[in-house]
Write a protein that binds this ligand. Structure first.
Ligand code: TRP
Length: 347
């Protein structure tokens, strides 16, 4: 018999179209791992709502963007299962069980939560739903029985908190939940923003989206931050900390050419504009097939809906099984018929 394939669960917060940073940080490895692991990709719309509470329409729209972007970069719906979080209410029930296993103080200390609270300026008025999102994420991860959780470095504390919950649950109620492990992209996978800040983010206004039209890509590249110390093209330029070169490192298949370009830049033999021209060409070559696939997929609305519908139905079965096990382990008497409503009504 074939050994059981290990399970990967990963997720995206649908807040808008995905960008190049998502590609280098997450999507590229998803594509690479999809045939090796049983992969579930959660479109975490409930989690997205924890910081878009006043703009649910943004989240609803972005569900389709996230699905399209994942498919357009090469995730194969025959291999991976896309699941819409809000249509799996059993996840919320698992989260409810886990809420008793963490303290408020621990949640407030979570470095990811702390950083995001600071970024959003919540101070003391943090919504409970936001503060507790790592618990809901623990439900996502354990609900699917994930062995591996590919995430960006910024999400490591969230997976660590999941591991604590699993340890606590299994110690209290008996070995029930699978202990997950995070996998993070290799160093250098984090792409800086077009403004040179350390992270590309849609909300930071410094992102190049996978679905950006060519003229938009060109414009964003031409406006990119380069080397502020350089006044003229004949001044020696800095390659380190210059995002234009970070992007060339990540996307240009001709790395020898990039090395020559860096040498010329350092020696003051080449101007910003020429380097940016090359980057524009490189990005367009990379992005055009993705964008074409996306446009084609977008026309097949029925198929898209079907991918999400059938994936969610399958995912829901997996999570329901975990929830039943967890409730049985806790030892609460069950009076549920375990009858799930038809998904077609929900989506
Ligand atoms: N919090 C993740 C992010 O912001 C998204 C996410 C939701 C996730 N549920 C998950 C990631 C489960 C991994 C596993 O990127």
């Amino acid at each position: 018999m074939e050994p059981k394939r290990k399970v990967i669960l990963t997720g995206d917060r649908p807040t808008g179209p995905l960008h190049l940073g998502h590609y280098t940080g997450a999507l590229a490895s998803r594509v690479r791992l999809q045939s090796q692991y049983r992969t579930y990709i959660l479109i975490a719309d409930l989690q997205a709502l924890t910081d878009n509470t006043e703009h649910p329409e943004v989240v609803a729209r972005a569900v389709w963007d996230v699905l399209l972007d994942n498919l357009a970069v090469g995730l194969d719906p025959e291999q991976v299962t896309f699941v819409l979080q809000s249509s799996v209410p059993e996840l919320a029930e698992l989260a409810q069980l886990y809420l008793n296993l963490v303290t408020l103080a621990r949640l407030k200390r979570n470095p990811t939560v702390k950083a995001e609270m600071r970024q959003k300026g919540y101070l003391a008025n943090v919504p409970a739903g936001f503060l507790c999102y790592p618990v809901s994420q623990a439900a996502d991860i354990t609900g699917f029985g994930a062995d591996l959780v590919p995430v960006g470095e910024d999400q490591l504390p969230v997976v660590e908190q999941t591991r604590e919950i699993v340890r606590r649950f299994n110690a209290l109620y008996g070995e029930t939940l699978v202990m997950p492990e995070a996998i993070t992209p290799a160093t250098g996978a984090r792409l800086p923003g077009t403004d040179g800040s350390s992270k590309m983010g849609a909300s930071l206004g410094n992102a190049i989206n996978l679905s950006d039209r060519p003229e938009v890509v060109r414009e964003k590249v031409m406006k990119m931050y380069t080397d502020p110390t350089r006044k003229r093209a004949t001044d020696p330029g800095h390659v380190e900390g210059n995002p234009v070169f970070d992007y060339l490192d990540a996307f240009d298949p001709d790395q020898d050419g990039v090395a020559d370009l860096k040498a010329a830049y350092r020696a003051g033999r080449i101007g910003d504009v020429s380097v940016k021209e090359r980057l524009t060409d490189t990005l367009l070559k990379f992005l055009e097939p993705i964008r074409e696939r996306r446009i084609r997929l977008e026309q097949g609305r029925r198929e898209l809906r079907e991918i999400l519908l059938s994936g969610t139905a399958e995912g829901r079965q997996v999570v329901t099984r975990t929830l039943c096990k967890a409730l049985a382990a806790v030892g609460l008497p069950s009076a549920a018929g375990a009858q799930a409503p038809s998904l077609a009504e929900v989506l």
